[in-house]
Every structure is written in C-alpha cells, then in structure tokens.
Design a protein around this ligand. Structure first.
Ligand SMILES: *Cc1c(COP(=O)(O)O)cnc(C)c1O
Length: 452
C-alpha cells in the first residue's frame, strides 16, 4: 500500500514509548506495524496476515472490521461523537446501562461509566470506601485482594493488585492491602492436589478476612482466572466460598471481570459459573468488543442508596472522567451485545472449549518444556519451564517466551506472553479452522524455540 517501513520504524523508534516495553531492546528488534484487521486476522503494512491470538490484548470479541459494529459507530458519528455525561445524558449511554443491568448478575442495577479497566477498578474502590464512611462505619478503610492479582496500572489499582515485577519502584506510593493467597499458589508451592489447595486457600481467606473484618471495606478479586498473574485458575467453589466469607463478615465483594467478562469463560460473566453476585462489578476490555476505550462499574442499589441525600450534605460520588460514557463507545458496546445474542456466541463457543482442553492435554502438556497448562473457556495459559522434574524456571535472560512469540509470528500467529506463560485468548468468533491453526502454530513454535 506504499507504506515506507523504514521510515515508520525510524519514527517509531524516535518518538514512541511503548507500554510494558524495554525500549532499549525494542529498538534492536524488527517492528511489526499493523495496518488493518479482518475477522480473526491482523494485517501488517506489507500485507502479511496473522491470527490475532490474544484478541488485541484480550478485548476483541467478534473479530476485526465487523460490519455491524463499524456501522453502529458510523451511525452514532452522524449524530454526535462526544457529549459529556456530567450534567447531561445521552441515548446510547442510557440504552447500554439498561442492557448491562439486564445481562449482569442479579442485584447490580446501577452503571457508572469510565474509560478503562483501571478506572473501573478505581471507581469500585472509591465507591466501596465512601459507602462505609457514609454508613458511619468509619474504620472500614482497608482492602483485601489476592496475591499477584492484577487490577490495572493506576495507583489504587496497583495497590490492590501489587506485582513485584511491575510495581516495585512505586511501592512507597501504594496503600497497603491485605493479601490472600489464591489456590494456585498453594498448589505450586506445596505441590498439593487441587482439592487440598482449594481447602487451604479457603481456610486462609476465612482466617485473614474474619480477623480483619472490622477494618475492611472490600475484598477485590478476578473470578475464576487471575489473568495477568499468568493465567492462574481457581478450582470450582473458590469464588463461591470467598463470596460467602465476605457476606458473613459484611465485607463488600468487588469482582474485577475486566478480563473474564463478556463470554471469555464460556458464560457471559465468570461469576455465573459460581452463582455469585458481587456488590460491585468492574467491566472493561471486551465491553466494546475491542473497538473503543469504555469501561463500567456496576453497583447494587444498596450501595447506590447510601450516596443519596440533599446536595448540601455533599454525599455525592465526586468522581468522573472527561470521556465518561462516550457515545461512540456506548453505541458499539450495544451493537456488540446485539451480535452476542443474534449470533449465539456462547452456544457456538461451547464445542471449542473442550477441543482446546483436549489439545492442551494431548499435545502441549507432553512437550519437554511445558510445565503446566491452564484454561478457562477461551482463556489459556501454557507455562514454559526449563526443566519439569525438579521444576526449574527459565532464567529471564533466555527470554524463552519471546522466542516462542517470534517463531509464531513467522508462522502467521500473534501471541503475547506473560513472563514464561504463553497466553492464548482468541476472539470468541474464531472459526474451528483458525483455532486449529492457532494451536498448531503455537505448539510448533514452542517445540522449535524450546527444543533447539
Ligand atoms: C486488563 C485488566 C485491567 C486493566 O484494564 P485497562 O483497560 O488496561 O486499564 C484490570 N483488571 C483486569 C483483570 C485486567 O485484565
């Protein structure tokens, strides 16, 4: 198409600072410049096609350039691109709120918009905090969360989602949170069976949370799968037990479904698998089908009601972002949810979930350098290890996952790892053939990178 690769690369290297990137290495590497997308594929400026194996960072649901979604944005553009939600309302914002509360777990009736997963979490934390202040339980000022949780990169989200690698320089800036060990850690550290790990994790949560019950405002967690930790899955029953511990101790439950929401796990929301309704629910990523930055925090009427009063009491939730509830974002989110129903997305995913599972167990687990495979619906983590017995991780300088990524890229597949975990998160509408190619290429790439 007449793009000058060299020039673009040089400009990128001169002016850009990419997220989560060691820019010194970035500048030595080939640059992949995406020019467009088609269905499950990304296309670079040379016209080469790649399967989007991580849904453009976990957010694309129905593929790229979906006509219905493109049209929804164009139609909205013909009316207005943006109008504020502060002091005014608008049609797509109202309609989307109705739709979200319809599909959300019972009890969540209020929608507060923001623009990223991180801000959805910040909003939930601030709502929970202010809720208890308004209720007169002024000592409930702390938060509990899971070890190695990830809730975003803003300061509040980092505080509850601390990761040593990501956040060590900012540690003094963060507020302390009570950390609970998730079942995955027990299993890994203590080589326990899933059932024993589940039991130990629940016992620890029970003990810690009930001990701190009077000082805790809320417990926040990613249900079923801790994504950015490296796809740490939770055995059935964990979310349910934690929700009951929270209820018993009157601690608000915040579920961060930014990654797991909108069909990722094979149900609309992960908490449905466990029949759990949180007090606050954070949504982002897939909400706009991967088109525009929009997020939402859903709250119960109980929480909402605590903020009601005369203006002069100054009990309002004084929080809002400039682009809150952006109409283009709301329009495409609505069109996406229409597609979800019309195309029976969940139904069509179902046979693909056991297919992924069988491929992981049959083909990936036996590989010499695959230590573990974890899956929940269309969320997959394949953990690479230098040695299986005794378990030994790769030294970081080997950049093994990166080698796999580059092998896959040469074969027309885009994946992005988390540490030494290869993540697969295809669009929910990926075809059976494309899914097979994604798994075949990933398998081949792991074999080539790790056995050479
Ligand atoms: C990605 C993610 C976030 C942060 O969302 P951003 O849109 O990147 O701010 C928060 N929580 C979870 C579970 C996530 O996966």
């Amino acid at each position: 198409m007449g793009w000058d690769y060299k020039e673009l690369k040089q400009l990128d290297h001169t002016h850009l600072w990419h997220p989560f990137a060691q820019m010194q290495e970035w500048m030595r590497e080939e640059l992949l410049i995406i020019e467009r997308g088609e269905g499950s594929y990304l296309v670079d400026i040379h016209g080469r096609k790649y399967i989007d194996g991580v849904s453009s960072l976990w957010c694309n649901l129905y593929g790229h350039q979906r006509q219905e979604l493109d049209e929804a944005i164009r139609n909205q553009l013909d009316r207005i691109a943006h109008t504020t939600f502060l002091g005014l309302s608008h049609v797509p914002g109202i309609k989307l709120a109705q739709k979200l509360t319809e599909i959300a777990p019972p009890g969540l009736q209020r929608v507060f918009y923001s623009d990223s997963g991180s801000t959805a979490v910040e909003v939930a934390l601030k709502m929970a905090f202010q809720y208890w202040q308004l209720k007169g339980e002024k000592n409930r000022t702390r938060f509990a969360s899971l070890a190695e949780a990830y809730h975003g990169d803003t300061v509040g989200a980092m505080s509850v989602g601390y990761s040593e690698v990501f956040h060590r320089f900012h540690r003094p800036l963060l507020f302390p949170a009570l950390r609970i060990s998730p079942p995955h850690v027990f299993r890994c550290l203590h080589k326990m069976s899933e059932q024993d790990a589940l039991k130990a994790a629940i016992e620890e949560a029970e003990e810690q949370l009930s001990k701190e019950r009077d000082s805790l405002a809320a417990f926040v967690m990613e249900p079923l799968m801790q994504g950015a930790a490296g796809m740490w899955s939770q055995p059935p029953g964990y979310v349910k037990s934690l929700s009951e511990i929270c209820r018993r101790n009157r601690i608000l439950l915040i579920l961060d479904e930014v990654a797991t929401g909108f069909g990722r796990t094979g149900r609309m929301f992960a908490c449905e698998h466990e029949d759990v309704s949180p007090d606050l629910l954070c949504l982002g990523k897939g909400m706009t089908a991967g088109y525009l930055p929009l997020a939402a925090t859903l709250a119960t009427e109980e929480i909402f009601a605590a903020f009601l009063g005369e203006y002069k009491e100054l009990k309002s939730f004084f929080h809002g972002h400039t682009y809150t509830g952006n109409p283009l974002g709301c329009s495409v989110a609505l069109a996406g949810l229409d597609l979800f129903q019309k195309e029976k997305i969940l139904e069509k995913m179902q046979p693909k979930i056991p297919y992924i599972k069988s491929r992981l167990e049959r083909d990936f687990l036996p590989l010499a350098h695959v230590g573990d495979v974890r899956q929940c619906g269309f969320m997959v983590g394949i953990e690479l290890v230098e040695e299986k017995v005794p378990l030994r991780k790769y030294p970081p300088e080997k950049r093994m996952a990166n080698r796999v990524v580059l092998e896959a890229r040469r074969r027309g597949v885009i994946v992005r790892p988390l540490g030494d975990v290869i993540v697969l998160m295809p669009p929910l509408t990926i075809s059976a053939d494309e899914l097979k190619t994604l798994l075949d290429v990933t398998h081949e790439s792991i074999r080539l990178a790790s056995e050479s």
